[in-house]
Design a protein around this ligand. Structure first.
Ligand SMILES: [Zn+2]
Length: 148
């Protein structure tokens, strides 16, 4: 059984700026957070300097539970230089941040079993320069992996 994985550590590089850095700093501490408008409460993912709803520049970073559901996904076989890798890039809904969606990867899953609405929980995958990338596993995936 081939399980979907994330790209190797050295392949993923991120650039941060003052708008996105709190997201990455929290991930480094294995916390999933989302920016919520300090004025109207609208969740702003991906992070934006100004609220698309009310143009406020105020933001508060809210800790999320790490639960998510698959909103849409793809199955990708191979990546330049990595012909044997299987990836499941996905857009996930975050139930604690209504209206916010995150683009990520589902890992530790047999790609054929992924479906819209699948329940996920966050995990953190090491990437370049000591950062951690939030990725998602099916709820209960650990048991499944050790059984295979
Ligand atoms: Zn707002």
């Amino acid at each position: 059984m081939v399980l979907a994985t994330a790209l190797p550590t050295e392949v993923i590089k991120i650039a941060t700026d003052p708008t996105t850095e709190p997201f990455w700093q929290a991930a480094k501490e294995r916390r999933l957070v989302a920016p919520r408008c300090g004025s109207c409460g609208h969740f702003r993912l991906p992070p934006t300097a100004y609220c698309p709803e009310c143009q406020s520049g105020e933001v508060e970073w809210v800790d999320l539970s790490g639960r998510a559901q698959v909103y849409s996904f793809a199955v990708v076989h191979g990546f330049p230089g990595l012909p044997d890798i299987t990836l499941v890039p996905a857009v996930v809904d975050l139930p604690d941040a209504p209206g916010a969606r995150l683009v990520s990867n589902v890992i530790g899953v047999e790609p054929g079993t992924v479906e819209i609405g699948m329940e996920l929980e966050v995990d953190f995958h090491p990437i370049s320069d000591g950062w951690l990338l939030p990725v998602f596993r099916p709820v209960g995936a650990e048991q499944k992996e050790s059984a295979s």
